[in-house]
Design a protein around this ligand. Structure first.
Ligand SMILES: [Fe+2]
Length: 421
């Protein structure tokens, strides 16, 4: 995997400075203009060290040691403990001679006050490395605690892009769901409970050092969590592929993720112990995470963050409901990239236009969601029409709105939410 360092970016787009452009040979510049090429764009791709495969939880002790840890701080939640994965993993830390501290005070949509509590435990513990064993909520909380260990102030002070200045302690992430992508991403999403919205903290220092995916962990997810997180991964892949910041590096992983989810979703839900299907979903989740960490996302996530923050609803479930409506909105002006998405989903038809292909993608996702038990609209999960105005205002402040392929106004968000009710 190519890892190119450089200054942080908001949109993934960069151009040569005017002086460098002026130094380009005239023939080359005119040739590029004729071909409509943008060879001046700089491409950057950030990913952690990735360890993937059945049984790889067994590597956690050695990995933490290798990263310089003596006393790991483990962030997990009661569901992961109940499923037996903490009892399974901790002996590997003992075998490596590590004295660990466990904290399990995270809930879905991790809250700012939970991060504060976790950080207090971390500060008293003398820990020197952070590990998450759990879903996206555990991983985001672990990132936030690691961030506060070297950066002053409150977690919400760092909402936005590249506000984290001091280096973080080593972070090792072990995802237990097939959809988060947080184990490889440069994002951390924390609920701002006072303002009832989700704050996105973004920056290269939030990319974990090591991601360890053991597909066996996915076999103990409850059915609704399996469905929600897989649809979240599908939303990551599709939004990354159509993003304004997509490039040849993110495209490879986005399309592979769409194909993988399409191939393995139904079989993984029909038999949760089907390790081939679970490995397929884990692989797709990883690839979708790599894609969206670099290409960013779009209006689906920008809107779902606001609804999830206000009403504490499952993130993947909201994305599953919103995604077809955002695709139909985008396809009115920017349908072209959905042609490749339709092929990756295996829709296999000859469409008369890109708009038709995009509409087919939206319809396919709605049918798929219905088949796996996703409610038909936002109203069915408690969203009220009266809430939509607040979501519309807040969604335009979300970082992911900037890379949606079609510009989005407050009225557009209202229209999308009303259609999704
Ligand atoms: Fe997501």
């Amino acid at each position: 995997m190519t890892l190119i360092s450089g200054p942080p970016r908001r949109s993934g787009l960069a151009v040569l400075p005017p002086q460098a452009q002026a130094q380009m040979p005239e023939v080359a510049r005119k040739g590029e203009e004729r071909a409509g090429l943008n060879r001046c764009r700089t491409h950057k791709y950030l990913v952690p060290e990735v360890i993937f495969g059945v049984g790889t939880v067994g590597e956690v002790g050695n990995v933490l040691r290798r990263k310089g840890g003596c006393r790991p701080f483990i962030v997990t939640d009661p569901g992961v403990i109940e499923a037996g994965w903490v009892d399974h993993a901790m002996p590997f830390l003992d075998d490596a001679g590590l004295s660990w501290e466990l904290w399990h005070g995270v809930t879905p949509n991790p809250k700012d006050y939970e991060v504060d509590s976790g950080f207090e435990v971390f500060r008293e513990s003398g820990c020197d490395v952070v590990m998450a064993l759990g879903g996206g909520s555990c991983i985001d909380a672990a990132k936030a605690i690691a961030m506060l260990s070297t950066n002053p102030g409150n977690v919400l002070d760092y909402a936005g892009i590249d506000k984290v200045q001091a280096p973080l302690p080593p972070m090792v992430m072990v995802p237990s769901t097939g959809g988060t992508g947080a184990d490889v991403s440069q994002f951390c999403v924390i609920t701002d409970t006072a303002n009832r919205l989700k704050a996105t903290i973004a920056g290269r220092s939030l990319v974990p050092d090591v991601s360890i995916t053991d597909p066996r962990l996915l076999t103990t997810m409850p059915d609704d969590l399996s469905a929600n997180t897989a649809l979240d991964a599908l939303a990551h892949a599709i939004e990354a592929y159509v993003s304004k910041a997509a490039d040849f590096l993110s495209d490879v992983h986005a399309l592979a993720a769409i194909r993988g989810i399409s191939e393995h979703l139904l079989s993984s839900l029909a038999d949760p112990k089907d390790l081939v299907a679970r490995e397929g979903i884990a692989r797709a989740s990883l690839q979708a995470g790599m894609a969206f960490s670099n290409a960013l996302l779009g209006a689906t996530h920008a809107i779902s963050h606001q609804i999830g923050g206000a009403l504490d609803l499952p993130h993947g479930l909201l994305n599953a409901i919103l995604l077809p409506h955002v695709i139909r909105f985008n396809s009115e002006t920017n349908p072209e990239r959905y042609v490749d998405v339709s092929a990756a989903l295996g829709l296999g038809e000859e469409f008369s236009s890109p708009r038709d292909a995009a509409d087919a993608v939206a319809s396919h996702i709605s049918l798929l969601s219905d088949k796996i038990g996703i409610p038909p609209g936002l109203a069915a999960i408690g969203v009220k029409h009266a809430d939509i105005d607040v979501f519309a205002v807040n969604a335009l402040n979300d970082a992911y709105i900037t890379t949606n392929p079609r510009p989005v106004s407050e009225d557009d968000v209202r229209r999308i939410c009303v259609s999704a009710l």
